[in-house]
Design a protein around this ligand. Structure first.
Ligand code: PMP
Length: 406
């Protein structure tokens, strides 16, 4: 008998044609070198992890035999009840009255996006996204083989209805209304108020990804899409918006705790999908997260907002001071990102290659954040990791390079 090695590529499912490693992600993986000043990773600063509260949580739970027995055991797919109650109360306070039956815990909000894709997308269905949008959402949805409908640059308006109406009917709309990744920008109140009647008109389901909502450091909070939806429809059971939250940016991404909030009819189906995917979120991590948020969460958020606010001001001032004419950027009021538009004809990928070689600076070029036709002359700077001196220095170096390239 001859032993043959399978031709794996020929055996993978058809949907794998859409599942590809991003070139840029691969490149950025190689950048863990100490002398590179990086604006690439959109991840929380480790000094801002509530390490002591997390340590105290694990210790207290494991020291108590009854709690330890629960914490180390399998648990229900919808999630740890006290944490779901806490989240429901918090969402209610933020204008989204709901209860634990409307909440399912997920392994980060990334899993929520995957399960929502699985629940709503049949091959060829349309997903409406902003341009640019969160790369991880495209990766989650790609496995379900949708078509994308990129929103025009000028965003949401009634004029949109006229131009994309046919293609948008019945679409799944994905939005990051607060401090989006990669732009740092938020939907205005007018845009939020436009979106819901539009979704009614086109019979769309909306996904609201609120990953950065708690990280506002300037201006007043705007109502979530879900809160506007509840206000006009009469209650959480009548909405067409599914809200995704996460503790990744506020506690720690390693806990892998996110959630979906929506009508029970949707949550019940998601629970079945969650069961099939991985049974439940780590029981002990849910219990630890619950202890960590039950006391002093708002105070902790205050620290995060102050820290990211200082860094954001630093990067905006540095961009103003150093960037040559023809370069523009977004002015975030929260979150971790600034989106930089380069002069026409300049390619973010080429700028990255030269920035690495000539200035030892890293960032993510804009291209992977587009579902359809990409804008090449853009890049994403994350200010969460570098300290203020590094931000000033890194922007100066990057500006010098861009100056040489113009
Ligand atoms: N949504 C957005 C907009 C994000 O930027 C991220 C993390 N990069 C996520 C969702 C997923 O985060 P997590 O799964 O850790 O909650």
């Amino acid at each position: 008998m001859t032993i043959t090695t399978p031709d794996w590529a020929a055996r993978f499912s058809e949907r794998m044609a859409r599942v590809r490693a991003s070139e840029i992600r691969e490149l950025l993986k190689l950048l863990d070198q100490p002398d590179i000043l990086s604006f690439a990773g959109g991840i929380p600063h480790p000094d801002l992890f509530p390490t002591e509260a997390i340590q105290a949580g694990y210790e207290a739970i494991l020291a108590d035999p009854a709690q330890a027995a629960q914490a180390l055991q399998y648990s229900v797919s919808e999630g740890y009840r006290p944490l779901r109650d806490w989240i429901a109360a918090r969402m209610t306070r933020d204008g989204m009255p709901c209860n634990a039956g409307n909440i399912m815990l997920t392994a980060g909000s990334q899993q929520a996006l995957d399960l929502l894709g699985k629940l709503f997308l049949t091959r060829g269905d349309t997903v409406m996204v902003a341009r640019p949008t969160y790369l991880g959402a495209l990766q989650a949805f790609n496995g379900y083989e949708p078509k994308y409908l990129d929103l025009p640059e000028n965003g949401l308006s009634q004029g949109l209805v006229a131009t994309v109406r046919e293609r948008a009917i019945g679409a799944l709309g994905y939005f990051v209304p607060d401090f989006a990744n990669p732009t740092g920008l938020s939907l205005t109140l007018a845009e939020r108020e436009t979106l819901l009647p539009l979704a009614d008109d086109l019979d769309m389901t909306l996904i609201e990804d609120a990953a950065y909502r708690e990280l506002r450091f300037r201006g007043e909070a705007l109502p979530t899409l879900l809160s506007l939806d509840i206000a006009r429809s009469g209650g959480i059971e009548q909405v067409r918006t599914l809200f995704c939250g996460t503790f990744s940016k506020t506690l720690s991404p390693a806990l892998r705790i996110g959630w979906v909030c929506g009508p029970q009819a949707v949550i019940e189906k998601l629970v079945l999908l969650k069961q099939g995917a991985d049974l439940h979120v780590s029981t002990i991590n849910q219990m630890v997260a619950h202890r960590a948020v039950a006391e002093g969460y708002d105070q902790h958020l205050g620290r995060l907002r102050a820290a990211y606010g200082t860094k954001a001001r630093t990067i905006l001032t540095a961009l103003e001071r150093h960037m040559p004419a023809g370069v523009t950027w977004s002015e975030p009021q929260g979150g971790m990102f600034v989106w930089v538009s380069l002069p026409e004809g300049m390619d973010g990928k080429v700028v990255l290659e030269r920035a690495l070689a000539e200035e030892r600076v890293a960032f993510v070029p804009g291209e992977p954040f587009f579902a359809e036709v990409a804008t090449a002359n853009a890049l994403r700077l994350s200010y969460s990791l570098p300290d203020t001196d590094q931000i000033e220095d890194g922007v100066a170096r990057l500006a010098r390079l861009i100056g040489r390239m113009t």
